[in-house]
Design a protein around this ligand. Structure first.
Ligand SMILES: Nc1ncnc2c1ncn2[C@@H]1O[C@H](COP(=O)(O)OP(=O)(O)OP(=O)(O)O)[C@@H](O)[C@H]1O
Length: 248
């Protein structure tokens, strides 16, 4: 098992209720999971617990069988490299060109001082160019990031994540700011990369159709609890009513 989550409970300071309540989830290599749920249901918190941006009150997150909360600094660095991130706002450096935005993804693989000098090895540049080719952005390598459309920016975000040679890519609403056609093409690209490289991908999505299109498996969260975990084609109206219950 690549990722194992057990009994995960997370309550933010001074919050009235748990953001995550006794959540369990497993992920295998190459698996694509879409997490659905209303606003505030706990989707972002789940991602933050996986990448250790927040510490849960209880429960366990294990990577390759090792407890993520107990990792030593060197192991944590390796874990952070194994887990790539893509973001809703893309998180590119606007004033840098596309190639350098992708090279940023190699930070976890270099001695700490090298990025300070802005120097990259020929091998890293070749890797970045290859990643850009895979996401269909070779011709934009020299363009400034702020000249790109949203869809192009997310392609660069994916190329940057690929520089880490990740085993899992996490995305918190990575296509929410894109129009439906572009969103679908970005998800299609991620699907292809996941299949080719056997990278597991877990995305928080807001759109049920896109989730069905992208994922093998859907996890539905309501009020911090998993109310569905099953195949994408099992997402019936009855299941959807559990994930998105009508307002009381
Ligand atoms: N930093 C925080 N401090 C306190 N409470 C928080 C914090 N972040 C989230 N919460 C609360 O935790 C619960 C889960 O929030 P979370 O952001 O994980 O939901 P979400 O499903 O990702 O929502 P959205 O789809 O709107 O991003 C919500 O009740 C939210 O108000």
């Amino acid at each position: 098992m690549l990722l194992t989550i057990d009994n995960l409970t997370m309550r933010y300071p001074r919050a009235e209720s748990c953001a995550l309540d006794n959540v369990a989830l497993n992920l295998t290599a190459g698996e694509r999971v879409a997490v659905l749920g209303q606003s505030g249901s706990g989707k972002s918190t789940l991602v933050r617990c996986i990448n250790r941006l927040v510490e849960p009150q209880s429960g366990r997150v294990a990577w390759d069988g090792q407890d993520v909360l107990g990792l030593k600094p060197e192991q944590l660095k390796r874990y952070r490299r194994d887990v790539g991130m893509i973001f809703q706002n893309f998180a590119l450096v606007d004033r840098l060109d596309v190639l350098h935005n992708v090279l940023v993804g190699s930070f976890g693989r270099q001695p700490w001082w090298r990025p300070l000098l802005g120097r990259y090895s020929a091998e890293e540049v070749a890797m970045a160019l290859d990643a850009l080719k895979r996401v269909g952005m070779s011709d934009k390598a020299a363009a400034r990031a702020d000249r790109l459309s949203g869809g192009q920016r997310q392609r660069v975000g994916i190329a940057r994540a690929l520089m880490q040679k990740p085993r899992l890519i996490l995305g918190d609403e990575p296509v929410s700011s894109l129009d439906p056609v572009i969103a679908r093409s970005v998800l299609s690209l991620l699907r292809e990369i996941s299949e080719q490289d056997s990278i597991a991908v877990l995305l928080n999505l807001h759109n049920v159709e896109l989730a069905r299109f992208f994922a093998h498996r859907i996890v539905g969260i309501h009020a911090g609890r998993i109310v569905y975990d099953g195949p994408a084609d099992g997402l019936t109206n009855e299941v959807l009513a559990r994930v998105y219950p009508p307002e009381a």
